[in-house]
Ligand binder design. Structure first.
Ligand code: GMT
Length: 373
């Protein structure tokens, strides 16, 4: 098949899932065309993978660079030139509507697939001005998928969607995310030999609940010699660092900012903590499990579909600092439990979220869409 993938070139989340899918499809022999404002950060050069840059429209009359129109025009251009069978929108806003418009405009018709990732319907997509546009374009997609059963039920409840929503869970390449993908040198650079490492990986938006991360870590420092490593960047990071300094734990916290190869750092952690208020899936939890790192998470939304509580990680209410602290402490202080959980997590990631299987599920969705087109 000839497939277009439209995504936000974000470091994690939907951009990462779209990239992994495109790469997986290319490995299976499909021709894949990425259409985005920047090359997705994990998109390496590969045969039969192409990247098409969406150039902004800068004209003095316009206050803004008309990014959504520029994207729509690029989809028309690429679909026509390469005779695409499918254009797959990852994250409905504004991609799904751009795909719909492009298909209306283009002389060459293609099947539009929309994958809903989370905040495109929970936070951004429920905003009053965007809601009707979002609902319209989701409804007009040939097929709609989402990344968890929680998210499917949420969309069905709030969006009045006429068609069936197919759940395809996110997935992982367990050869890339593996416990062995790090060197002792990396660990030595990050923490002292006798320090336990707790990691938090996020885009530091309010939804990630970083205050709770810091409160839990502060409690832990009273019982364990530990270091908190923060990966990623975002609007809450500066405030988070100030909070650490005020609590007197600033010297125990290292913020590394945005990193490209999280798989080379994640395996050094002894546990991760992600107490998000919303999470349709949590790629970070899956990546940690694949790396044999027990995750401690909130029990919200789609997270229980990823983590088996008490077996592959622990879950608690997002504001239950005490329970989250206890969970981390158990992992950091009980070696036998930590090893058992690490093995169970990796086995679960490999068995339930293998990329080969999930890419096949998307291929089946595409086949169905081509018939329906
Ligand atoms: O985590 C984020 O805030 C980024 C966001 C995105 O859309 O890129 O992530 C969403 O999609 C990911 C990939 O499907 C999921 O693993 C995340 O759980 C989801 N985030 C939320 O629902 C908050």
């Amino acid at each position: 098949m000839k497939i277009g993938i439209v995504c936000h070139p974000s470091i994690g989340g939907s951009g990462l899932v779209a990239t992994q899918l495109g790469v997986g499809l290319a490995k299976k022999g499909h021709e894949v065309h990425f259409i985005a404002q920047m090359r997705p950060f994990k998109l390496d050069e590969l045969p039969n993978v192409f990247f098409h840059d969406v150039e902004r429209i800068n004209y003095p009359l316009f206050d803004d660079p008309l990014v959504t129109f520029a994207l729509t025009a690029k989809i028309v251009e690429v679909a026509t030139e390469f005779q695409l069978d499918i254009v797959h929108a990852h994250y409905s806003i504004p991609h799904s509507l751009s795909c719909y418009l492009a298909n209306e405009i283009s002389p060459h018709k293609f099947a539009v697939i929309t994958t809903i990732h989370g905040t495109d319907v929970t936070i951004v997509g429920r905003d009053k001005p965007l809601f009707p546009l979002n609902r319209f374009s989701i409804n007009r997609s040939c097929m709609v998928t989402t990344v968890s059963h929680f998210q499917k039920h949420y969309v069905e409840k709030h969006f009045d969607i006429e068609k069936e929503i197919v759940v395809v869970h996110n997935f992982i390449d367990s050869k890339v995310f593996t416990p062995n993908n790090y060197s002792d040198k990396t660990r030595a650079k990050l923490a002292a030999a006798d320090e336990k490492i707790i990691m938090h990986i996020s885009n530091f938006r309010p939804v990630k609940n970083t205050d709770t991360v810091i409160k839990v870590f502060k409690n832990l420092t009273e019982k364990v010699n530990a270091r908190l490593i923060l990966l990623g960047d975002g609007p809450e990071l500066a405030r988070t660092k100030t909070m650490c300094a005020e609590l007197g734990i600033g010297d125990k916290v290292t913020a590394l900012g945005k990193v490209r190869n999280v798989e080379t750092l994640l395996p050094v952690a002894d546990c991760i903590i992600q107490p998000s208020f919303n999470e349709s899936f949590s790629m970070v939890a899956l990546e940690a499990m694949a790396c044999g790192v027990p995750p401690v998470l909130s029990n919200c939304d789609g997270i229980p579909e990823v983590v088996v509580d008490g077996v592959t990680g622990f879950m608690a209410d997002p504001l239950d600092v005490e329970k989250l602290t206890d969970a981390c402490y158990k992992i950091l202080s009980d070696r036998v439990l930590a090893e058992k959980m690490a093995d169970a997590g990796r086995a679960h990631a490999i068995k339930t979220f293998a990329w080969e299987e999930k890419v096949s599920e998307y291929e089946a969705v595409y086949q169905q869409a081509i018939v329906l087109r």
